[in-house]
Design a protein around this ligand. Structure first.
Ligand code: ISL
Length: 626
């Protein structure tokens, strides 16, 4: 048991403690040396409270002391699995391909594009939610888990997609959104009508209509509580008020979820991506720490991002649903550090197969809505740490883009000339590291952010709520600029297929503005240009699939201390690759003079050079290992 009097050194020795300290350092931008030097290490934990806010220490101690387990010791070798060798592709159905001319993507559109996914070389298709939904959060608010959203088609269309994908050797995983449902779900409607059993499926609290039960904030602005006039009670919604949180302490609710999961598994799907799955266990409903709230932006998060029953629920879910099936699960786990990820994914623990960790999505002390140029040296540091320390009994996800974040090309540089080299650099890193790569639609084209001019051109509930909130305290133009920097709509813009009207996405006006320069960036244009980002992705995926060393090989970085250079070896059974990356827009001296036994395999530039050009990446096979 750690107390306020325990030392910072002891706190860091504890796996959960080390995650929390790392996360605080990263989010505040404070240097690691601050806690790693012996002088500070011997100070009591209470000084953190003095520096950042007293009540924060109690929350940290509570989290640290409530985890009784440590991550299991890793074995010397990795156990192979098909999903470790797979390349996953995320489709955001609303924006992928419209088959019926209503301006919205749909299931038949995805089926029509399966040959494209095959051509790219992907193995697994992850579908963002396609279930029946009022679409307050584009499908992440589910009304009926066993129905298809009519915007996207029918269950028959889904069956055709699944069968066609399988016949082409592509597996399909679904999004599982069970931290919350839509407020239009049958359970919530019954709860509002006074059904006691269904009321306990959600988190209702008594109180006066003027004061929410606690100070927790919603991810989508404002309080995380909504007054329900029918019941004269508050209900919890960590996301929009149309997404009430489920009560995972209710065994009947859990059983219904497992039943639904098995229903989809029995249909033949190959796994689930589990939305904010680490939020399902709420600890207490005490106020969130003001100080932590300032650091994280999400006041109250310490009470639910790593709750006391999380491991128990995930283990039970696995035993009831996934165990014994040839499928995999990947949890979306915001705010979780490496040690917690190990406790969620270590093979002997029977919880999840992989998780998405997001620590590398922003530079230290930055958040998504800050307008800044992302420094890739941080990505290098992050990957070196994870590749070396995650352990052979845990398997990493390699993810840089998704439907919740702006495009990486725009994030790294505002110079449009850098778009293509950055896209190829990211592709190389993702496809030559250890872990399962998750490519987000359009990433393989090197798409960049959309030139939205006005909040009315945006559709996302998060962007709109944030804009309205910001407008209370700042001029509209400033509020829009902030929203524009981090809006999720950049990644949700329609996929660009051809130079036809509406980029071949739809015959009607698309539901969201098209990406910039779509005529140049679309699939049709890139396909015929041998050095396009698309063809580079294709070659990289093919290379990864033919070389197990790129999947399971040992990772060893070189020239680690050289700024703007990220170089590493991947080695397996005598096969050795050397990967060399320039992380900057400057021309750099090539660091590896020593290696004249390198045979070039793939390069992001068309011509050879003695120097490394802006964001240049090269992959070599090392011949004759001595
Ligand atoms: O993307 C994020 C930070 O870069 C996160 O804060 C993200 O909002 C969070 O991880 C939750 O995302 C998931 O659940 C939401 C849904 O709106 C997102 O689209 C989904 O990916 C609620 O279901």
């Amino acid at each position: 048991m750690l107390t306020e009097k325990s030392s910072i050194k002891q706190l860091i020795k504890n796996p959960i403690g080390s995650d929390l300290v790392n996360s605080l350092l990263t989010q505040t931008g404070m240097p690691e040396e601050l806690v790693n030097n012996p002088l500070c290490g011997n100070l009591p934990i209470s000084v953190i409270g003095k520096a950042l806010g007293g009540e924060m220490v109690q929350s940290i101690l509570h989290l640290v002391n409530s985890e009784k387990d440590s991550p299991p010791k890793p074995p010397k070798t990795i156990t192979p699995a098909w999903w470790k060798e797979a390349v996953v592709y995320q489709v955001y159905p609303r924006s992928f391909a419209d088959s019926n001319g209503d301006g919205l993507g749909d299931i038949n559109g995805i089926t029509q594009k399966l040959p494209y996914l095959k051509e790219l070389g992907i193995d697994v298709l992850w579908l963002s939610p396609i279930y029946d939904s009022p679409n307050d959060d584009n499908g992440y608010d589910i009304r009926d888990y066993r129905l298809i959203c009519p915007d996207f088609g029918t269950m028959e269309d889904f069956d055709t997609l699944l069968n066609s994908a399988h016949s082409m050797g592509i597996r399909v995983i679904m999004d599982l959104v069970v931290n919350h449902t839509s407020d239009e779900h049958e359970w919530f409607k019954k709860a509002k009508e006074g059904d006691e059993e269904k009321s306990d499926y959600y988190i209702f609290k008594n109180g006066s209509p003027n004061t929410p039960p606690n100070n927790w904030l919603s991810f989508f602005s404002g309080s995380a509580w909504q007054w329900c006039s029918e019941k004269e009670q508050w209900y919890l919604h960590i996301f929009s008020k149309k997404q009430p949180d489920l009560n995972w302490e209710n065994p009947n609710m859990r059983a219904e979820i497992y039943d639904m999961m098995n229903w989809w598994y029995d249909k033949g799907i190959d796994g689930f991506r589990m939305d904010v799955i680490n939020f399902i266990s709420k600890s207490t409903f005490a106020n969130g720490s003001e100080a932590l709230g300032k650091v994280t932006g999400y006041r109250g998060i310490e009470h639910y991002f790593y709750g006391p029953n999380l491991h128990r629920h995930l283990h039970e879910m696995r035993m009831e649903t996934t165990q014994g099936r040839n499928v995999f699960t990947v949890g979306e786990t915001p705010a979780i550090g490496m040690q917690m990820c190990k406790l969620l994914t270590a093979e002997t623990r029977g919880e999840l197969d992989m998780v998405f960790n997001f620590e590398h999505f922003e530079n230290p002390a930055k958040n998504r809505f800050d307008d800044y140029e992302y420094n890739l040296n941080y990505l290098k540091k992050y990957y070196i740490n994870w590749q070396q320390n995650y352990g052979n009994n845990c398997w990493q996800t390699l993810v840089i883009e998704n439907h919740d974040n702006p495009r990486i090309t725009s994030k790294v540089s505002k110079n449009p000339k850098m778009r293509e080299p950055i896209a190829k650099l990211i592709a190389t890193i993702m496809l030559t590291l250890k872990g399962t790569p998750y490519i987000y639609q359009g990433q393989e084209l090197g798409l960049d952010n959309v030139d939205f001019k006005d909040i009315n051109q945006m559709q996302d509930v998060e962007s709109i709520n944030l804009y309205n909130e910001l407008c209370k305290t700042m001029p509209k133009a400033e509020a829009f600029a902030k929203v524009l920097a981090g809006s999720r709509d950049h990644a949700r813009a329609p996929m660009v297929w051809s130079t036809d009207e509406n980029a071949g996405f739809s015959t009607a006006l698309p539901w969201l503005r098209l990406p910039n320069n779509w005529q140049t960036l679309c699939v049709e244009t890139q396909r015929v240009y041998p050095n396009s980002v698309f063809n580079f992705y294709k070659s990289l995926i093919a290379l990864r699939k033919s070389e197990k060393a790129l999947v399971y090989g040992e990772f060893s970085p070189v020239f680690e201390k050289t700024k703007d250079i990220f170089c590493y070896f991947r080695v397996l059974n005598g096969v050795k690759f050397y990967i060399e990356c320039n992380l900057s827009d400057k021309i750099l001296q090539r660091p590896a003079k020593l290696y004249d036994n390198l045979s070039p395999v793939l390069s992001s530039y068309e011509t050879k050079s003695n120097y490394l050009r802006a964001y240049e990446t090269n992959i070599y096979k090392v011949i004759n290992i001595y």
